[in-house]
Design a protein around this ligand. Structure first.
Ligand code: IMP
Ligand code: MG
Length: 189
């Protein structure tokens, strides 16, 4: 493989293997955008992005939907720099508008244990949302602890910790343009 002499190549030295390529992501995000367009045509959904991991996916996805829509952001945490969910979800930054009667589209990077999305779904319904639609770039069904499913899934991935296209390990590797698995030695350092 030809080595690109770009800033990303330094980060890429820590990648063991690529699970989903840049091209595959682009194609799938366009498909999801079209499907979501169909689902919400003529309505005014509120896209709620779960910070920080979904930021690149969200940016690409909403441009592909071509919908008249709005965006909000919410930040939660349950990981605290580990690779396993602690099961407790805390809101660190909340959405800024009344969602009574709104159709919400929650955009997540990955559905893993399900703790985050189970919590958010309940939270938004309590706040008066009319409907909740869940879109996740990645799904790791083998890890589920809560019975929750996404309405739209980009890719189903095996039980491996992944980074890139917004997803981090200890806040790093979000700017790798594809989904990959880190070399084991990276976790030790
Ligand atoms: P859950 O609450 O266990 O479903 O975890 C969801 C959150 O954990 C996601 O929003 C991610 O931020 C993070 N997460 C879970 N698995 C991975 C992974 O493989 N790589 C990076 N982040 C992950
Ligand atoms: Mg994260």
């Amino acid at each position: 493989m030809e080595t690109k002499n770009t800033p990303v190549s330094e980060l890429e030295q820590d990648i063991l293997k690529v699970l989903v390529t840049e091209e595959e992501i682009k194609t799938r995000v366009a498909e999801l955008g079209a499907e979501i367009h169909e689902r919400f045509a003529g309505r005014n959904p509120l896209f709620v992005m779960v910070l920080k991991g979904a930021f690149i996916f969200m940016a690409d996805l909403i441009r592909e939907t071509g919908l008249r829509s709005e965006v909000e952001f919410i930040a939660v945490s349950s990981y605290e720099n580990a690779t396993e969910s602690s099961g407790r979800v805390k809101i660190k930054y909340d959405i800024q508008q009344d969602i009574t009667g709104r159709d919400l589209v929650i955009v997540e990077d990955i559905l893993d244990s399900g703790n985050t999305l189970a919590f958010l779904k309940r939270y938004f319904l309590t706040k008066g949302a009319q409907s909740i639609t869940i879109v996740t770039l990645l799904d790791k069904p083998s890890r589920r602890e809560k019975s929750i499913q996404a309405d739209f899934v980009g890719f189903t991935v095996p039980n491996e910790f992944v980074v890139g296209y917004g997803l981090d390990y200890a806040q790093r590797y979000r700017n790798i343009p594809y989904i990959g698995v880190l070399k084991p030695e990276v976790y030790g350092s």
